[in-house]
Write a protein that binds this ligand. Structure first.
Ligand code: UGA
Length: 432
């Protein structure tokens, strides 16, 4: 059985730890945040992710395969593989990823390693970072005591466990056969399920991660601009995307038009990818355009809402997380649009199934309600910002009774316009 140490109990770290425990490995999760550790030790997940509470409870309390530590210092004697899964936020006023946490962990690893271990970077890091980690560690200890590996993660919030256990592919970037073999052994449970394992160089692996996220972001930005054209010429972007997606060369995924991409990955990663390239004198002009297009979109959508509501009083905003099935509001387009509307003088009545606590911390000027129905009371317009399932079949007859005006902005196209028009709603979708 392998013993794993995972440094950083954020999204990627915890999901990775819980899923490796599910494979039967013994996992030590390390984090400096004492409050977070206390919560985790009691079996509670610090964020909402479907299935995580159950998985943590199982492996902390029952199988006891997961344990927690506040430092790696006394922990590496028994470890085969150390994963670095700390955050790489965007540096303030710059587009680059802040790698200080990653390098700090590398220093700590160098101070603590006693026997041969693999040091694996799983955080999203620009090309060259894993080699830098290697340099930092080898400044202090014999190179025979460790190898470095890049092993990027492709999980999505909201379906993270499934994405980890049934991935489309696993990417392993190494600079020698020994570490490749250890990583292949680690992922053997997936290999048995015929998951493609792409074994490649460290640099290629690092680029695969950014190129994948940036390409998906490009698809979204592309269809969003097509949606703008559809609105003007009377076409339907959903049908356009559907017909495009049937073409196997294009594929149907990530062609849903909406208010723009958000979350802790795409906005940050497209900027960091372009910035890394710029440092090497390469102009990723498409990626730069994707970033600008997505940033401009918030203003455009806010403008569209404002210009179509005459009564400048109360509006109802449904869905605040950056996507459904998560309580994460980082870089959420819904939060940005709701906040913009507040700034423009509207009273914004909000509801989200899971993200209210995080939303309150980010903007306490919004008014929070306990249900979609309560948030709609007295509103002059309803805006659906995030496509949670519970917004897909709202009882609009009931809602209508308490509305000042029947206007709906279905930013994620979850309703059939005719159904709402029949109820006398003015309906605004995206790209319809
Ligand atoms: C994304 C990638 O999908 C994962 O593969 C990757 O591992 C992860 O980033 C990461 O780098 O950690 P995530 O940010 O959880 O995952 O969410 P996505 O499902 O990719 O959605 C990102 C944003 O794009 C959301 O705001 C979503 O609403 C938007 N989106 C997505 C659209 O507007 N249209 C679509 O068709 C798809």
């Amino acid at each position: 059985m392998m013993n794993l140490t995972i440094v950083g109990t954020g999204y990627v770290g915890l999901v990775t730890g819980a899923c490796f425990a599910e494979f039967g490995y013994s996992v030590t999760c390390v984090d400096k945040d004492d409050k977070r550790l206390e919560m985790l030790k009691s079996g509670k997940c610090p964020f909402f992710e479907p299935g995580m509470d159950e998985l943590l409870d199982k492996h902390i309390n029952k199988t006891k395969l997961i344990s927690f530590e506040s430092t790696i210092k006394n922990n590496l004697d028994n470890t085969d593989i150390i994963f670095i899964t700390v955050g790489t936020p965007t540096r303030r006023l710059e587009d680059e990823a802040d790698l200080s946490f990653v390098y700090q962990v590398a220093e700590e690893i160098a101070d603590s390693i006693k026997k041969y271990s693999l040091v694996v970077t799983k955080s999203t890091i620009p090309v060259g970072t894993t080699r830098e980690v290697k340099k930092i560690i080898s400044n202090k200890i014999d190179q025979k005591l460790f190898d470095v590996v890049s092993n990027p993660e492709f999980l999505r919030e909201g379906s993270a466990i499934n994405d980890f256990i049934r991935p489309d592919r696993v990417v392993i970037g190494t600079d020698n056969q020994k570490s490749e073999n250890i990583m292949k052994e680690l992922y053997r449970p997936l290999f048995l399920k015929e998951t493609p394992i792409v074994a490649t160089s460290i640099e290629t692996s690092e680029i695969i991660k950014y190129a994948s996220n940036s390409f998906l972001a490009t698809k979204i930005a592309f269809i969003n601009e097509v949606a703008d054209l559809c609105e003007v010429v009377g076409a339907d972007v959903q049908q356009v995307a559907h017909a495009m997606g049937i073409d196997k060369r294009i594929g149907s995924k990530f062609l849903n038009a909406g208010p723009g991409f958000g979350g802790s990955c795409f906005p940050k990663d497209v900027k960091a990818f372009a910035s890394t390239a710029k440092n090497k004198n390469i102009n990723l002009s498409i990626i730069n355009a994707v970033n600008k297009s997505n940033e401009d979109r918030i203003k455009k959508i806010t403008g569209k809402i404002v210009s179509n509501i005459k009564n400048k009083s109360t509006i109802c905003f449904l869905g605040l997380s950056f996507k459904p099935n998560t309580d994460d509001v980082r870089d959420s387009t819904s939060m940005k649009i709701a906040s913009n509307l507040f700034e423009k003088g509207y009273s914004v009545q909000c509801y989200d199934p899971k993200a209210m606590n995080n939303a309150k911390k980010e903007n306490s000027n919004l008014i929070f309600f306990n249900s979609a129905y309560e948030a709609c009371e007295g509103a002059s317009a309803i805006i659906i910002g995030t496509e949670w399932n519970e917004f897909r079949a709202l009882n609009f007859k009931k809602i209508s009774k308490n509305l000042k005006e029947k206007i709906i902005f279905d930013l994620r196209n979850i309703y059939i316009p005719e159904d709402l028009k029949e109820l006398d709603f003015k309906y605004y979708g995206t790209g319809k």
